[in-house]
Design a binder for this molecule. Sequence first.
Ligand code: FPP
Length: 236
Amino acid sequence: MEKSNILPTHIGIIMDGNGRWAQKRGMLRSIGHRYGTETIKPAISFCSGKGIKYLTLYAFSTENWKRPSYEVDTLMSLISEYLTKETAEMKANNVVLHFIGDIDKIPQKARATISWAEKETSENNGLNVNIALNYGGRAEIVMAAKKIASLSKQGAVSEDDINEGLISSLLYTAGIPEPDLIIRTGGEKRLSNFLIWQSAYSELYFSDVLWPDFKDDEFEKALDYYASRKRRFGGL
Ligand code: FPP
């Protein structure tokens, strides 16, 4: 089998290293996030071009609120700015935008832009871009557990109904296939609470490249790695 034919259906990315990228250049960390945001568009084009169906980007974790407020504010503004600037092109390119996470806690202005962008692209059927915002894997599992408690109280589920399928259907990612490949840039080798339920069988690819430098050639390396892992499976 040609390795180029073995593509993941769903790729998750932990876009790490913006701060260090900026600091290495004597710039403020928030400038790194701006360059990091500019790397999202080529990543979306790359995945669209390959015919990948789902791309989930970790934009802001439930833990990121602990960062200095100017950095939190910068990230929120960058998201609104990105959506305002890029939604028309994403719509034209058949991208479907979807946010996962506890969006209710996001500042109202950003939330309004998010709802607008999701609605604008909702009729498309190409690459599904999920943006994880105020997202935490453990919080997501707690949310599912609470929903089960409430359904149980209403008599809608019994103990025997509780299985992996039920839990999956109550997560933000309900209906989205599990990620085949998770990429983390920036050199750290951990999942940091990203899709922890969904990644039980994902291939993990760690790159030392900082996210603002993660361009098509680096993406190709991640896909080559994925294809080689799949080939090994095939040989068993
Ligand atoms: C990690 O780098 C990155 C983040 C916490 C934010 C990632 C967000 C973006 C790239 C922008 C999102 C925008 C849209 C439109 C979805 P870091 O700051 O932890 O870097 P460091 O490890 O070098 O400190």
